[in-house]
Design a protein around this ligand. Structure first.
Ligand code: SF4
Ligand code: SF4
Length: 371
């Protein structure tokens, strides 16, 4: 899977895109020559229908006010939405015109200094860029897995046959920074994008597996939006697990159990991986119950709500877990390690076993027991 010798590619920013913007009369979004269209917020597509805000599960607002408030946001006028938005990214996925409303909201949040309310979280994320970094080298033909800075949250996960021969990239040099969106900041992600892509490319792999859904979204969507070329194929965690389990198919003992799936916020930008989750579930004999908060309607795990509104965070966790339990799930499975940590304590209150998607696979291989 890896190629010999030094990295063949260099990440770069598309400076021409930045230069031509004023000539085209464009405001605070970018022009992408490859796609030939404006990226980020598309004011030309927006009908000011207000659906993005009236749909929002975290802001109480009726349809008329939703239209008024979104018009204010477009015009750069003060709007209560800017401080009430919890940055779940969901409205970018549900907008019927694909106008990317959250991409505008996050810019207004940063301009308004919303992040000043979350100074501790901001400092922690800034420090994450300087966490010690290392490459733990596996076999020449093994997968290369980017663990970013989140692996210490669930260090026990990377054992067993699934990870035989894997090379792991760990530490601050690989920090994608998508967490900054949850405190109303985008600029640090953009500032570090080229350096992070270049650092990962330096390992020389043609294909990089992303353990964290945030990293997958960073390489697939955000870095290209910032004009940074990503010179390797990016593989989501569900795709990696599905491919690996397919190779190990003869060892699978179907679980025959009802499992609710906690879809992470970052999947709003990369929903294509949901198909691998479904295929993986089928392969290992996990049945997804029909839930209210599934797919596009998925709720946040509550983690990004904690620093903003602790009570709302608890309420959302309760609604989410209750919905899964009421639908008949015995297990809830997470893709994102943050979701795992945030829901772990509350799941037993609903008689749910909480586990990660890789541990669910290991259970199907008979390597570990769940529950
Ligand atoms: S961004 Fe989309 S959902 Fe929001 S007002 Fe515009 S068209 Fe409607
Ligand atoms: S990003 Fe989420 S919380 Fe913010 S307005 Fe959109 S749907 Fe609501």
């Amino acid at each position: 899977m890896r190629v010999a010798g030094p990295a063949q590619h260099t990440a770069y920013r598309s400076e021409w895109g930045l230069l031509i913007r004023p000539l085209l009369g464009m405001r605070d979004w970018r022009y992408d020559f490859k796609k030939g269209e404006c990226i980020m917020f598309h004011e030309d597509r927006c009908t000011v229908c207000g659906d993005c805000l009236s749909w929002c599960p975290y802001i109480e607002i009726d349809e008329e006010d939703a239209r008024k408030e979104f018009k204010k946001i477009i015009d750069g006028d003060p709007s209560r939405v800017i401080s009430e938005c919890v940055s779940c990214m969901g409205c970018d996925e549900i907008c019927p015109e694909k106008a990317n409303p959250f991409s505008l909201i996050i810019k207004r949040q940063e301009a308004q200094g919303e992040f000043k309310r979350f100074e501790k979280a901001k400092q922690n994320m800034e420090l994450a860029y300087s966490m010690p970094s290392e490459i733990r080298t596996g076999s020449e033909d093994g997968p290369v897995i980017d663990l970013c800075t989140v692996w210490p949250m669930t260090p026990h996960l990377f054992e067993g046959v699934l990870f035989e021969g894997a090379t792991f990239l760990k530490g601050g040099r690989y920090f994608c920074g998508i967490g900054f969106y949850h405190i109303g900041m985008e600029s640090p992600v953009e500032e570090h994008a080229a350096a992070v892509v270049e650092e990962v490319a330096r390992c020389g792999a043609r294909e990089i597996v992303c353990f964290h859904d945030d990293c997958y979204t960073f390489f697939k969507v955000k870095a290209p939006e910032f004009g940074v070329e990503v010179p390797f194929r990016v593989v989501s965690w569900p795709e990696f697990l599905y491919r690996r389990m397919k190779e190990l198919e003869e060892r699978i003992r179907p679980l025959d159990v009802s499992v609710a799936y906690q879809r992470p916020c970052a999947s709003r930008y990369t929903p294509e991986k949901d198909a691998f989750v479904d295929d993986l579930f089928e392969l290992i004999g996990a049945r997804k119950p029909s839930r209210s908060f599934e797919g596009v309607r998925a709720l946040c795990c509550g983690g990004s709500l904690v620093p903003r509104d602790y009570e709302m965070s608890n309420r959302i966790k309760h609604q989410n877990l209750k919905d899964a339990a009421d639908a008949g799930a015995r297990i809830m499975v997470t893709l994102c390690p943050m979701c795992f940590l945030n829901l772990r304590k509350r799941a037993p209150e609903h008689n749910l076993l909480l586990t990660t998607i890789s541990d669910l696979c290991r259970a199907a291989l008979g390597e570990i027991a769940i529950g």
